[in-house]
Design a protein around this ligand. Sequence first.
Ligand code: NAD
Length: 333
Amino acid sequence: MLSIGLIGVGHLGKIHLKCIQLAQAHYRLAGIFDTDRELAEQIAAEHGTKAYPTVEALIEAVEVVDVVTPTSTHFPVVKKALLAGCHVFVEKPLTETLEEARELIALSQSTGKLVQVGHVERFNPALLALGDVTIKPYFIEAHRLAMFNPRGTDVSVVLDLMIHDLDIVLKLAGEEVADVRASGVAVLSTTPDIVNARIEFRNGAVANLTASRVSLKNMRKVRLFQRDAYLSLDLLEKESQVVRLYDTDATTIPTDGQQFPLDTPRGKRIIHVDHPKSGPVNAIQMELESLADSIEQGIPVAVSIGDGYRALELAQRISDAVAETQARMPDTF
Ligand code: NAD
């Protein structure tokens, strides 16, 4: 059983608090800290826990900290926790800058303390359901559209929303990035609110991503096109679909799912449609529990500080590409 402290009890922090309490087989909640003292006292009273007067006091009292503060504060808070000998779960994105992320990686190595980054989509049932499906995409299409909410606008839509898909795309493509092109526009805030990025990988695979926080509806979809299959993930509805083509005499056509005959220029084929399921999942509880497993059993961290760094690095390349494109555009455009 690990003692844990929660830092930041705003919108997402309150959800983390419930998930820590659900993960009672792994964690004992020692208390919380928030710079908004009144909020911390109120949340502590509601959840039967203690509000610590300072972040230092909380960090001193626990083995693990869960950092759910605004992105711009991740670096100083995580640094303090690592230096005090705590393992850390930190919400995405890891930090605001690559320099900060590199310093935290060095600190994690020198202290031997683990850091897991909250790229929670890794625990989305739509992705988990793909379990044994071979993933080798030639082309990936990702759309993450959200209605406007001033929360999170301290950073661009790339760091706020697209970073979720960047982590997934890096994981699924399993390749080094060769080239990045991007365009974006600041509509309601002072940083880009809608961005489109084209990422080319070394093996020629391409990912085309759009993220918007000024949309009229919410959507989170990732579609993968590969030689033998089309995979569609609806991360909002937590559903996935796998469509495959088979020869009519193939013996490997699964007996479950739906089948449709199809005439193609290459002869008669069978389309097989499957909706793999992973069962109900509390993704935040699961990601927090996976850190406990890594600490207690030495299992590699599910979303490591290196994964967080790679997503941030790609986000930075996209932001640079957006700035470059904007600089070329005429003012009147
Ligand atoms: P929020 O503004 O609702 O809450 C942040 C809380 O942190 C506030 O209560 C604030 O008082 C407190 N705070 C600020 N600075 C602090 C400090 N130095 N020490 C302690 N407390 C401090 O923000 P939120 O929406 O809960 O987002 C928090 C983090 O979670 C951000 O990094 C964001 O990117 C991330 N997030 C992730 C997801 C996801 O899907 N994984 C979704 C939303 C937010």
